[in-house]
Design a protein. Sequence first.
Length: 99
Amino acid sequence: MNNINIELKNLGTINQNCVTIKGSFGSVNLYFSYETIVAVDGIVSENIWSKTTGKLLNYLQKDKDKRVPYDIVLKEVEKRLKNILFSQKEQIAEGFLTE
């Protein structure tokens, strides 16, 4: 059985939070503005939201040229969650990976 530990850290205001998920195969940091994931482990989305969310994005990555489209952040979140929750063998069995 995979043990999962979830920690919530507020980054200063009600709308800025980091959720750390630790599984048997590693951990991942998900950064939220309100209820929206805007970054994962140093991969930060371009700002397609408000100035308030922009403040969190600036805190995470000041260089706007290094930010990526939101869909890339979401794909990376999915990939990293699978990597910490499932072994490589389990990912292949579930069809997440190919041999």
